[in-house]
Ligand binder design. Structure first.
Ligand SMILES: [Zn+2]
Length: 78
């Protein structure tokens, strides 16, 4: 199932940013998403965004997304 990536226009500086929220289209259509906090990476303002504020984009295929940096890898001890 393809996922949607949720973007918003910052209410403070007006620049578009990726909220890092992903969900499938069905969940987005059914969800209320009344008020969520998102921190703008451009100006650092944290504001609330509702469903109407979101722009949906198709999420990139998994292979194009680099894994998020994690802590020390848990390597199995042999
Ligand atoms: Zn901003």
């Amino acid at each position: 199932m393809s996922k949607l990536q949720l973007w918003v226009d910052c209410k403070s500086c007006g620049r578009e940013f990726d909220t890092r929220v992903q969900m499938d289209r069905k969940s987005f259509d059914r969800g209320t998403l009344a008020a969520n906090y998102h921190l703008c990476p451009h100006c650092g303002e944290r504001r609330t965004y509702a469903k109407a504020d979101y722009r949906t984009k198709d999420a990139l295929p998994a292979r194009a997304v680099s894994p998020p940096p994690t802590g020390p890898q848990s390597t199995p001890s042999l």
